[in-house]
Design a protein around this ligand. Structure first.
Ligand code: ASP
Ligand code: ASP
Length: 344
């Protein structure tokens, strides 16, 4: 496992599978009455969010806390930190506070890369979404969700539909799914495809009705109106008619195919309310799985040099009574005991 997670392309097949398998083990923690492991006790994870987010920040926060890390939320909304110098000052502050990992979301593509390679901080950098570039943990949680429903992704057919132009989710998914052996088809109006998409390892189509029947998973993308500075399609009605997923279209899916969406959804635009709440929709599971996958990423990055490299076998402590098990409860709460169990 490497030091940073900046792009889905950083993950080779073995690394990607290691994250997914580790997440599968860590997911068991969520089923326990006490959802906490002492693994990252004493480590500090900073959530550095320059762009609005609810679910991703909460998901990383829950993941870090379940591993007993200390979490600092730094929301830079409103400050003008889009320039290198300002990001540098923020980074130096985080370094001075002893951040072991910085989870960064930024409106500018490339900001996490700059943070990781500038020499300003020593900790690990995790890209939680940069501009229209990448969102690797979203791709990992999507792959995790697909694997749970579809098994091995080798040869599986995934259709990603909608606003690919503005979507870091689409880019990270194409890269990771390709690494995992799936066949990806992007379906979008020509105006919502990025320049150079023909070099991506996937097919491109303009016809949703042709793509749906052969798909094992259909992933709808949010139409990102906040990033649109022009009219990319004639009208909402026209867009939903051609590129929206409605009940009639999901009837064309095969029996075990699933419907996904990274959230937040525009109900009635790219996805009908009926489809969003349909039994084939795994959208709520995606959110749950996000926590396990982010736990795995933090675990592998932060304990990477020690135990995690050699083994994915995380021994979960037995469920404990609530009284002595919340690791933040101060010194003397069985530190040696807990640390010993975690080193497996
Ligand atoms: N941007 C979305 C939200 O704020 C999801 C995300 O954070 O990735 O909920
Ligand atoms: N939540 C995802 C993101 O932040 C997708 C979206 O916002 O549409 O990239």
């Amino acid at each position: 496992m490497m030091r940073h997670l900046l792009s889905a392309a950083d993950l080779g097949r073995d690394d990607a599978l290691l994250v997914l398998d580790t997440a599968e083990q860590l997911a068991q923690v969520a089923d326990r009455p006490v959802k906490k492991l002492p693994t990252l006790r004493g480590r500090t994870v900073v959530n550095l969010f320059f762009e609005d987010s609810t679910r991703t920040r909460i998901s990383f926060e829950a993941a870090a806390k379940r591993l007993s890390a200390d979490v600092i939320n730094f929301s830079a909304k409103g400050s003008s930190v889009s320039k290198g110098e300002s990001l540098k000052d923020t980074a130096l502050t985080l370094q001075a506070m002893g951040a072991d990992a910085v989870v960064i979301r930024h409106g500018s593509s490339g900001a996490p890369h700059m943070l990781a390679h500038s020499g300003w901080i020593e900790g690990s950098v995790v890209n939680a979404g940069d501009g229209t570039h990448e969102h690797p943990t979203q791709a990992l949680l999507d792959a995790f969700t697909m694997r749970r429903h579809l098994g091995d992704l080798e040869g599986r057919r995934v259709t990603i539909v909608g606003d690919v132009l503005h979507s870091r989710v689409a880019r990270s998914n194409v890269l990771l799914l390709h690494t995992l052996g799936a066949q990806v088809t992007l379906v979008a109006p020509p105006t919502l495809l990025p320049v150079g998409v023909e070099t991506w390892p996937c097919e491109v189509s303009f016809d949703l009705d042709a793509a749906v029947p052969g798909s094992d998973a259909v992933m709808m993308l949010r139409v990102q109106r906040e990033r649109m500075n022009a009219a990319f399609f004639p009208s909402v009605r026209e867009y939903s008619r051609r590129y929206g997923l409605d009940a009639a279209r999901i009837d064309a899916l095969t029996d075990d195919a699933i419907v996904m969406h990274p959230g937040p959804m525009n109900r009635g635009l790219e996805i009908s309310a009926e489809v969003a709440d349909h039994p084939r929709s795994v959208i709520v599971e995606q959110v749950t799985n996000g926590v396990s996958v982010r736990m795995a990423v933090l675990y592998l990055l932060l304990s990477g040099s020690e135990s995690a490299l050699g083994t994915t076998d995380i021994t979960l402590p037995d469920a404990e009574p609530a009284t002595d098990s919340v690791p933040d409860s101060g010194p003397g709460t069985g530190t040696a005991h807990d640390l010993g169990r975690v080193s497996a």
